[in-house]
Structures are given as structure tokens and as C-alpha cells.
Design a protein around this ligand. Structure first.
Ligand code: AMP
Length: 289
């Protein structure tokens, strides 16, 4: 716990990229979009007029598809007063538009493949710029970085305080993706999967109750096009191949907090608050509501 407290406190220290670091970022940023996200992140990390000791958290959530990154990142974002930025949501917003990019993205996403670093960085850059204009500071990133190159770009421009790596067994991940339902009106995620796996051969069981939608959402539920069994398996394969090395990237920097989800939200949320040393946070009750 002491080590984690140290990590969390380290969030208070703001590092100004050196000229050499800036040159390195420019060399990494092979496109205009990379440069824009670099500039935007760097401004967030160096809020000139703010007391450096008071900057908001800059956290990342990693984990396989279906693990619950969105659920826990969004709860923590409410608790800590920072935006929850999910690159998957940015991609889906783009897909819902009728632009040229939407047509290009549809095939990639529906096959469970990763969007190119350039496109994802462009979408993230725009989101950060819009947030900045509204006075946002700090963030919890969900679904980014997903490649080593994305992680290097992020590291080149700002200090990430903490990376939370959520973990669940693979059979549960698949069931959770297949059970996911989204309300087209309020945008909230629900889950119809009822998971009750008995422990065997020394392996613990797992219970997760469904997360049912309220009555007003029931007629508006839809399933993500990439939440079919075939596509989820492909997304899991790509996670292990391309995104898992990002875990090691942060582990080797002493920033990775591994968190094995013990069950559904009622079991996992209090435990997560505990390991993050946030269980006494004033707003805990309202965020958990
Ligand atoms: P998610 O909602 O995080 O599962 O993301 C949905 C889809 O958006 C992914 O399967 C990818 O096609 C794309 N995507 C989201 N974030 C990234 C990223 N950081 N890099 C590349 N593709 C991404």
C-alpha cells in the first residue's frame, strides 16, 4: 500500500518536458495529428497558471475487452472530478456520423481490429482540445494506449500517475461482452449475463449478477456490432498480441496496479476504492449511487 500511496502522491509532481523531449516527441509524431495530441497533452500536464501541486489525476485503465474498464473508469471519474475519456466511445461517435472516416472505420472495428495509431490519436487530440476549451483538467483514459507506440507518445508528452490493469478470466470476458447492452438514449451500459461459475481444481469460482436496465431503457437497448462471439474472440486475440505488451511497458516503470476483479460491481467497487486508497473519499456515496 505504501508503494501505491507513493504512486498516487507522485501525481502531484508536474514534469515539464525538456527541449530534447520535445524534439523526440516531434520525431515520434509522424503526422500532424500526433503533434496536436502531444501539444494538447503537454498543456494539460503543464497548466501554467495552476499550482503544480494541485493538478488532477492522469490515470490509464488497461484490460481486455469486456473486463469493465468503462464501468470503473467512469465511476472513478465522477469520484475524482476528472473526465473519463474512452477512445472506443470516440470511435463509435465517429462511426455514427456519416463522414468518410466512418466508412473507413466501420470495417476495421466490426472485424475487431485496431484502428490506426494516426486516426486514434487524431480523435483523442480533438477530444482533449474540446475538453481543454471547457476547462477540463486531468483524465482517466480508457482503451488508450493500446499499442507500444501510443504508450511512447503518451509518455513523451505527459506524466501518467497510475495505470490500473483490470483482470478477469477469459470465459467471463466473453460472456460479459455477449451480454452487454447499451441504451441508445442515455448511453449507459447494462449486462444481461448471469455468471455463476463453480470453483474447481483449486481455481476459485466467480459470481456476477446481471446489471439490468431500468424500465425506461428496456425498449432502447442495442448490442454493439463488435460484441459477437467471433469478433470478441478476435478482439481478445489482438489484445494479447498487441496491447498486452503495454502492460509490461508500465510494469517496468513501476506504474502498473494489477487488479483482479473479485466479482461484479458490488464486490469489486469497494475493493478497488480500497486498493486506490479512496475508500474515505467524501463523494464516494454519490459516485456509487
Ligand atoms: P473499445 O470500446 O475500447 O472496445 O473499442 C472499440 C474499438 O475501437 C476497438 O476494437 C478498436 O477498433 C477501436 N479502438 C479503440 N481504442 C483504440 C486504440 N487506442 N487504438 C486502436 N483502436 C482503438
Amino acid at each position: 500500500m505504501a508503494a501505491l500511496n507513493g504512486l498516487l502522491r507522485a501525481g502531484a509532481a508536474v514534469r515539464r518536458p525538456t527541449a530534447a523531449a520535445r524534439r523526440w516527441i516531434s520525431s515520434l509524431a509522424s503526422s500532424e495529428a500526433d503533434t496536436r495530441v502531444a501539444a494538447s497533452l503537454a498543456r494539460q500536464a503543464m497548466p501554467g497558471r495552476r499550482d503544480p501541486g494541485s493538478r488532477n489525476v492522469q490515470w490509464v485503465f488497461l484490460g481486455c475487452p469486456g473486463v469493465g474498464k468503462g464501468t470503473y473508469a467512469s465511476r472513478l471519474s465522477q469520484l475524482l472530478g476528472v473526465p473519463h475519456i474512452a477512445t472506443g466511445d470516440l470511435v463509435r461517435e465517429e462511426l455514427a456520423s456519416s463522414g468518410l472516416l466512418a466508412q473507413q472505420l466501420a470495417d476495421t472495428v466490426n472485424q475487431g481490429k485496431l484502428v490506426s495509431d494516426e486516426i486514434i490519436i487524431d480523435l483523442l487530440s480533438k477530444r482533449l482540445e474540446n475538453g481543454e476549451a471547457k476547462g477540463e483538467s486531468g483524465f482517466i483514459l480508457d482503451g488508450f494506449p493500446r499499442t507500444i507506440r501510443q504508450a511512447e507518445i503518451l509518455e513523451g508528452v505527459t506524466d501518467i500517475d497510475l495505470v490500473v490493469n483490470l483482470k478477469l478470466r477469459e470465459d467471463v470476458l466473453l460472456a460479459k461482452c455477449l451480454g452487454r447492452r447499451i441504451c441508445s438514449q442515455c448511453g449507459k451500459n447494462f449486462n444481461v449475463a448471469s455468471i455463476n461459475i463453480k470453483g474447481e481444481n483449486g481455481r476459485p469460482g466467480m459470481f456476477m449478477a446481471p446489471l439490468p436496465p431500468p424500465a425506461q431503457c428496456i425498449s432502447k437497448l442495442f448490442t454493439r456490432a463488435d460484441d459477437t462471439e467471433e469478433v470478441v474472440k478476435e478482439r481478445l486475440r489482438i489484445y494479447h498480441e498487441t496491447s498486452q505488451p503495454v502492460e509490461e511497458f508500465y510494469r517496468s516503470r513501476g506504474k502498473l496496479l494489477e487488479f483482479d476483479l473479485p466479482g461484479g460491481i458490488p464486490e469489486s467497487w469497494p475493493k478497488l476504492l480500497q486498493v486506490l486508497n479512496l475508500e474515505d473519499h467524501d463523494d464516494k456515496q454519490s459516485a456509487a449511487a
